[in-house]
Design a binder for this molecule. Structure first.
Ligand code: MF3
Ligand code: CO
Ligand code: CO
Length: 261
């Protein structure tokens, strides 16, 4: 394993990339509604990243991924490819944005509820966000990454939801996916956190089985094996001297950007 700790200069660039990724989600909010296609949203976000932010999409062309963002509806866990499919009332939708600015990555995602959805779908989204927040709150130097997985597991268990195992969070910096892997379920993979580490936490929570399937048609779209819905939230986190800083925090969130212990 090769965990790259970031210097003060690099951290400043990560802050900028993180803020831009968060800002893409803030920008797209008002456009996410029933009747719009996911391709339309993707085009708006690509235009914003390139022409307003003077940044790049990290997804476009990544292992030949064809679009600028991932938009994952209902039973799609992650890596949904924007298409001519229209959003419908009751859908729960994850939009995942990764920008590159000045060689550094910012990676974040959130759920959008289209119109009105079922109470169980609302709980699923709440569980994904709560488990992300609780996991962030325990991050500080000396803590083992196993605690992140254990924290998310406790919350998913409380709601009686399952946690995706095939996809995980990741170190991030100049690289999109760096070491370490951040497992979102109870595990024994020991990694002691140190100041300057930057990684994502991005729990994918399922209403039914944890089992995932990759589309044979497009090679990307990941769905739940039982077609029941899935929800995800993602932030890029910095380990500070006494806690954590959320590099992709949005102004619409209630959690503090800097958590001190
Ligand atoms: N943003 C995703 C993550 O959180 C990765 C998307 S890779 C892509 O790690 F190629 F599908 F865009
Ligand atoms: Co990520
Ligand atoms: Co992401």
């Amino acid at each position: 394993m090769n965990i790259i700790k970031k210097t003060q200069d690099e951290i400043e660039k990560m802050r900028i990339a993180g803020a831009l990724a968060a800002d893409v989600l803030m920008m797209i909010k008002e456009h996410v509604k029933a009747g719009v296609t996911t391709e339309y949203l993707d085009n708006l976000m690509l235009d914003y990243m390139e022409n307003t932010q003077k940044a790049k999409s990290a997804c476009l062309g990544y292992y030949d991924y064809p679009k600028a963002t991932c938009i994952s509806i209902n039973e799609v866990i992650c890596h949904g490819i924007p298409s001519n499919k229209k959003l419908r009332n009751g859908d729960i939708v994850n939009i995942d944005v990764t920008v590159i600015k000045d060689d550094f990555h910012g990676d974040t995602s959130m759920m959008f509820i289209i119109g009105e959805t079922s109470p169980r779908n609302q709980q699923l989204c709440k569980c994904a966000q709560e488990s992300l927040y609780e996991a962030i709150k325990i991050v500080k130097p000396g803590v083992n990454l196993t605690e992140v997985g254990a924290t998310i597991q406790k919350i998913a268990d409380k709601y009686d939801f399952s946690i995706v195992r095939d996809y995980c969070g990741h170190g991030i910096g100049r690289g999109f996916h760096e070491d370490p892997q951040v497992l979102h379920y109870k595990n024994n993979v020991s990694v002691i956190l140190e100041p300057g580490m930057t990684f994502t936490i991005e729990p994918m929570i399922n209403a039914g089985t944890y089992k995932a399937k990759v589309s044979k048609k497009d090679g990307w779209t990941v769905t739940t094996a039982d077609k029941l819905p899935s929800a995800q939230y993602e932030h890029t986190i910095l380990v500070t001297d006494d806690g954590a800083e959320i590099l992709t925090l949005r102004p619409d969130e209630s959690i503090d950007r800097i958590i001190r212990h």
